[in-house]
Design a protein around this ligand. Sequence first.
Ligand code: NAD
Length: 247
Amino acid sequence: MNLLEGRAAVVTGSARGIGLAIATVLARNGASVVVSDIDAEGAAKAAADLEAQGLRALAVPCDVTDEAAVDALVDACRTTFGSVDVMVNNAGITRDRTMAKMTLEDFKTVVDVHLTGAWLGTRAAGRVMRDQERGSIVNISSISGKAGNFGQTNYSAAKAGIVGLTKAAARELAKYKVRVNAVQPGPIRTAMTAAMPPEALTRMVESIPLGRIGEPEDVANAVLFLASDLSAFITGIVLEVAGGRHM
Ligand SMILES: NC(=O)c1ccc[n+]([C@@H]2O[C@H](COP(=O)([O-])OP(=O)(O)OC[C@H]3O[C@@H](n4cnc5c(N)ncnc54)[C@H](O)[C@@H]3O)[C@@H](O)[C@H]2O)c1
């Protein structure tokens, strides 16, 4: 199925992990994809790999906390591919520590990348999509923003903030036929979870009703649904991709 034929998509933080899986699934479904990451080399390699598979991809380095860089990223998609139909705000980091040990810098840095980054991406894409009277924005939150995770006061706060941002933006942009939704993944097999202490990860997986860790493609398929016209009457929702964890 070519659900996104003729559409152009931007995916932040897509040099690897969930972002790369999203870029790949969107491109395999017909989209021209801007692969973007703070890791310029990684983004260039990921875009080259997609092109080698016969898919359309452009690498644009971007730090999502940099206002001018995010505006330029969206502009690069519009000038190269002619439109911005899908914006996926995915870039993220963790700086896990209990609150007793967490520095203010750890807190601010994580909130800045996730929440400010998603706000800048939503605003930049929303401006273009409003004029097009078409578009779908997908913000990657986390089940940690619903339930709260030990050692993640910064991350959980940022991911819960993304839900508020998504719903408020969905209300503002609905009259322009622009939809804004969020996805809340549970534990997914990426570098982010590989960095967790193994016993903590095992405990987490044991608490997943479907009995396994998620794969990046599980998240990417949910994003494809929200990005495509299959979800044409859906805006302002939070789609959990967590195997039933914290349902
Ligand atoms: N892995 C999980 O279990 C899980 C669960 C829930 C939510 N998420 C969310 O999914 C998203 C992707 O996570 P992942 O597991 O693939 O992580 P990852 O660490 O594998 O990939 C994150 C990517 O974001 C990039 N990045 C970091 N800071 C950036 C910045 N300032 N500007 C642009 N790019 C930046 C990194 O270079 C990296 O390529 C994140 O928002 C994360 O919070 C992950």
